[in-house]
Structure formats: C-alpha cells, structure tokens
Design a protein around this ligand. Structure first.
Ligand code: S3P
Length: 165
C-alpha cells in the first residue's frame, strides 16, 4: 500500500509525511522535491518560470506513474495534484490510499503569509477563490479526511499512524 497525502498549500503534507514515514519505517516521497530534481531546478518558482504550470502537471503525471508501481511509501503531493486526474488515478489504481489534510482557510492563510516559496500564492482574495474551487476536489479524491485544528505535525503523524497502521 501507499498513503498519498493531499491538501491545499500550507496544510502540512510534507512535514507530516516525513515524520510519519519515520514512525512506520516507510519511504517518504516528496513530489515537489522530485519535480525539482527531474527538472534540474532549485524550487517551484524556477519550475514555474522555466516551464509554467503545465510543465509541473506533466511532471506530476510522469512521477505518479513511476512511483505508483512501488509500495510502502508515504507520498506528499503538491497542493494542485487534484487538478491532475491522471496522476491521482495512477496512485488510486495501485492500492494508494488518499488522505486529505483539511485545516480551515484561515489557518492556511496564516501559514502561507510566513512563507514565500509558493508561486501560486499572490493575495488572500485569489487564494480563497482557488481554495473554494479545489476543496470539493480534495473531498472527491479522498478516501479519508483528517480535520486539522491545533494539532502539531508530530501529533498528526501519530494520529494517522493510529488510524491506518
Ligand atoms: C501547488 C502547490 C505546491 C507546488 C506548486 C503548485 C498548487 O505544493 O506543487 O507550487 O498548485 O497548489 P505545496 O502544496 O506543497 O505547497
């Protein structure tokens, strides 16, 4: 099995996936880092500058196809993976369980405002539009939803371990 973490930018997918993978001794697969490796870029700003969003989505498909063949991985996806039906279908078809980390919008804004690594975060109003558009997609693809309130990443990792492993 693979556990695939989805959710909006800033919901904690990477931190939680990394910690959870240590707790259960599975491999952590960070899609954005692999995309940077594959495209020989340093960060997402460079990916967007060099090839745009479509390039990012093509890489997601290629990586999902490749990593869906492997097992026992905690996979943290970029927030836009739900726009990418082909990539998610690869995961789902190969015994991937999809978990949606779901903090509320205010919490997401708080986190993103302290961070300048996201090319798609321009201002709160456009972020809200994106959030409202995507939220039903996260729900659609999720096998399970984990509401996030004030738990730390450590607590969330343990919570997921208790629930799935
Ligand atoms: C994106 C989210 C980012 C990254 C890219 C696009 C998105 O990942 O893949 O900037 O479309 O929401 P995080 O969710 O890890 O920030």
């Amino acid at each position: 099995m693979n556990l695939v973490l989805i959710g909006f930018m800033g919901c904690g997918k990477s931190t939680v996936a990394k910690r959870l993978s240590q707790l259960i001794d599975w491999t952590w697969v960070e899609m954005d880092a692999l995309i940077c490796q594959k495209t020989k870029t340093q960060n997402m700003h460079e990916v967007f500058a060099k090839g745009g969003e479509l390039w990012l989505r093509e890489m997601e498909i290629a990586l999902a196809k490749e990593y869906a063949q492997r097992q026992n991985q905690i996979i943290s996806c970029g927030g836009g993976i739900v726009l990418n039906q082909i990539a998610l279908t690869y995961f789902k078809e190969t015994k991937g369980k999809v978990l949606f980390l779901n903090p509320d919008f205010e919490e997401i804004v708080k986190r993103l405002q302290e961070d300048n690594t996201r090319p798609l975060f321009k201002d709160v109003a456009s972020l809200k539009k994106m959030y409202d558009f995507r939220w039903p997609l996260y729900v659609h693809y999720a096998d399970e939803i984990l509401p996030i309130h004030s738990q730390t990443a450590e607590e969330i990792a343990w919570e997921i371990k208790g629930r799935f492993f």
